[in-house]
Design a protein around this ligand. Sequence first.
Ligand SMILES: [Zn+2]
Length: 467
Amino acid sequence: MATISFWGGVGTVTGSKYLVQTSRARVLVDCGMFQGLKELRERNWQDPPFNPRELNAILITHAHIDHSGFLPRLVNHGFHGPIFCSRGTADLLKILLPDAGRLQEEDADYRNRHKLTKHSPALPLYTEKDALATLELVEPVSNMGEQFQAAPGVLASFRIAGHILGSSLVLLELERAGKDGNNRRVLFSGDLGHYDQPIIRDPVAPPRADYLLVESTYGDRLHDPEEPKVALARIINDARKREAPVLIPAFAVGRTQEIVYLIRELEDEGTIPVLPVSVDSPMAALATVAYANRKEEQDEEYASVLAKQQHPLRTHSMITASSRQESKKLNDAKGARIIISASGMMTGGRVLHHALRMVSDPEATIVFVGYQAAGTLGRRILDGEPRVKILGQWLPVTCRVTKIGGFSAHADWKEVLRWLEGMEGAPVRTFLTHGELQASTAMAEHIKERFGWNVSVPQYGETVDLE
Ligand SMILES: [Zn+2]
């Protein structure tokens, strides 16, 4: 017998956690933190719906916090088995998890100082120390596509999913789990990449599976048809004419590397002049090294740039500010220049110091290249609020504000169908995960219409037999 239980990443894009149980083993695929709405975030504080001590192993599709950020909490609650993931994911977990631990500690500290808590004292969800203990359990899998024993009676393999560095499809093969005594294969898409995105390879075709979990973030939407590169060139050329600065708030892992790659490409093609580009985020600098090191995940274009002895992730005039002093020096520079800094939604980090200088400068441009959640400073500026509070100061927003909609690390619904077309045979059942209810339902309809498969949208806490 075998079952799967959906403990996150259903009806929402956050908190991904799928528990697979057989008579011999329990494994968890993804261990994400819930983010966004309060009722979702509160789930992070509830006792886990399974005993972490009884899990044989955890497998992680990729390093984004909504897929990995709950690991330190489970380790703190007694999980001590192996955490399997690709090598790229292991590299990024080393950067992201300790940072998540520090943020949790800072958050608890803030709530205590401002008496925003019913609990005294407020405790962090987990600490940096928990995150470091988690990293000790990580076992990177070096051969993509090759099966290994993840737990008794559970074979697993990873394949490139093309979403961010290290992102993988996870295939589990459950030995003799079917009623007929045959093996059962369960495939998890994780987050599926957007085809032809820079730097990393496209998702590989899905292997044959009896059960399929497929993401549906963009189940009801298609990407903006304007190439982000074209929009970026227009904005940079415009800033050049006005001798004015451009600030790009960007997530340190993935988006920052993508922007730098595109700017370098535009410079190579002569579409934009070479301007000073500063990447002001210590985390981004570390992530760039990880992206450059993992050759097995780079696409052909990346390899061909590298063959010309150029660094694909460095523009022709680039400074990476790693110390606070260097970061301050950037602030005093003049003329047309591009600053890329985290956090992407301007909720903290060095981007705030740059925003403080630029938000009231009518010549400066702030360019949003990612989703801005409700309530964040990024969203307020994008929504056109006339005044915003940055680092304790109220400032009028008089700079230019623009958005490039075409950046996405996710496949849209047509791309999901394109990916599924590569699958050999129909799965017995397909589950739509990782989407708002509306998006998952729409994606289910698209799949039913195109392939006639048995599809469903599972609910939080639902358990399904895999027999
Ligand atoms: Zn992701």
